[in-house]
Design a protein around this ligand. Structure first.
Ligand code: FE2
Length: 401
């Protein structure tokens, strides 16, 4: 990247970083432990709310995952409405339908139970409630939400997205197929409920890819230049937890302790990147996901070691610190950083994640994907070393060949 553009990117990132200290980056209150979600009716009552709307997806609903929480609400005499219509990359229609149930049933708070899609839909619903007459597309971008939102209780059913802790909601505008993000600290859930009982039937493939998504959040937020003392501490803790538990959880999905530790890792990594951003791994993964439906966690897992290697010595110091958190030893920062990258490759391999992505690109699409990643990453992400479109294209080529 040319020096002048790089300098202007750094100035922009610095300005954002300084401005961020004036924003209210609250962390969700945490409830954790086996069956802790059954405490939710009492908690909601204590908060003065009377009737939540639980938003989830059809798959989880059909699997009966809302059953025990419904029973807990019944037992506590608290009304609960359920909307099982959250779809991946929620559309405005999906949020509108949820809003209709919320209004008709006189609800006063929202519970999101599921993976990223339920969380995204739940966050978007909060905006819909606060701004009933404004199109959701008007909130695209950062800091567009100015009204107070209703409380959101987030119950993740995977360990990786960290969405229960983040300020982002991803939506799709079906009219122009625009997949866009709304970023606002007001979207950070009020409570994150980490109940490992929802995780013990996860397929191994999902455990592996979502776990690597969490690791990517921790790594990208740690090595970026906009990290804070707290975001760094959380990223280090998440990294330790992931290296201590992910492979074990993959081997033994029904083990509640591994599930619980991975949930905590995902949450901590979520808090960390919500404050300190992600980097080019995510920018490239979003490109591949948007154009070729490559699953997010898988794309991150394959891209992570390639991008870290491409950063070279600009990332040796923070990577050496992450290496120590992962339990690795080495005589120099360079050796530790390289050992960390190698360990990521080995972890992928041990969980059956390939080192290349199997995508047949249409002619000219490599450039298109790189341009899309450049648009997302530059000048926004405070990465250790900036890449231009050509450099992003050669990273993609390496991941795909
Ligand atoms: Fe991610």
């Amino acid at each position: 990247m040319n020096k002048f553009y790089s300098f202007s990117c750094r100035l922009y990132q610095r300005a954002l970083y300084l401005a961020s200290f004036f924003l209210h980056f609250h962390e969700p209150k945490l409830l954790s432990g086996l069956d802790c979600s059954l405490e939710l009716p009492k908690l909601i009552k204590k908060q003065g709310q009377l009737h939540p709307l639980l938003i989830t997806d059809k798959g989880l609903y059909d699997l009966g995952l809302t059953k025990k929480i419904s029973e807990a609400f019944l037992k506590e005499n608290v009304s609960l409405s359920i909307f099982p219509g959250a779809v991946p990359n929620p559309t405005f229609e999906c949020v509108d339908e949820a809003y209709e149930v919320y209004e008709n049933d006189n609800c006063d708070c929202v519970i999101a139970l599921g993976g990223g899609s339920s969380m995204d839909a739940g966050k978007a619903l909060l905006i819909r409630i606060a701004y009933p007459n404004r199109k959701l597309s008007k909130f695209k971008g950062i800091l567009k939400v100015h009204r107070k939102l209703r409380p959101l209780y987030a119950i993740p059913t995977t360990a990786g997205t960290g969405s229960e802790a983040t300020l982002a909601a991803v939506l799709v505008d079906k009219t122009n197929k625009d997949k866009f993000q709304i970023d606002d600290p007001k979207l950070i859930p009020s409570y994150a409920i980490l109940d490992p009982s929802y995780l013990t039937a996860l397929p191994r493939k999902v455990i592996a890819s979502t776990g690597m998504d969490a690791l990517t959040h921790a790594v990208e937020s740690y090595i970026g230049r906009s990290s804070t003392k707290k975001s760094k501490a959380y990223a280090l803790q998440a990294t330790s937890l992931i290296f201590e538990n992910l492979e074990e959880f993959y081997e033994e999905p029904s083990n509640g302790i591994y599930a619980s530790n991975m949930q905590l890792a995902s949450y901590k990594a979520g808090v960390s990147f919500s404050r300190a951003y992600v980097g080019y791994v995510h920018a490239l993964a979003h490109s591949l996901g948007g154009f070729y439906n490559v699953p997010h966690g898988l794309a991150n897992a394959v891209l992570l070691p390639i991008v870290l290697e491409a950063y070279g010595k600009a990332a040796y110091k923070p990577l050496s610190e992450l290496a120590k958190a992962a339990g690795l030893k080495g005589e120099s920062k360079e050796k530790l950083a390289k050992a960390f990258i190698e360990e990521i490759r080995l972890l992928n391999a041990r969980m059956g994640i390939p080192n290349k992505l199997n995508v047949s690109l249409e002619q000219g699409d490599l450039r298109k994907l790189a341009l899309h990643a450049d648009k997302e990453g530059n000048p926004f992400y405070p990465v250790p070393k900036e890449f231009n479109v050509d450099e992003l294209e050669s990273i993609l080529k390496e991941a795909l060949s």
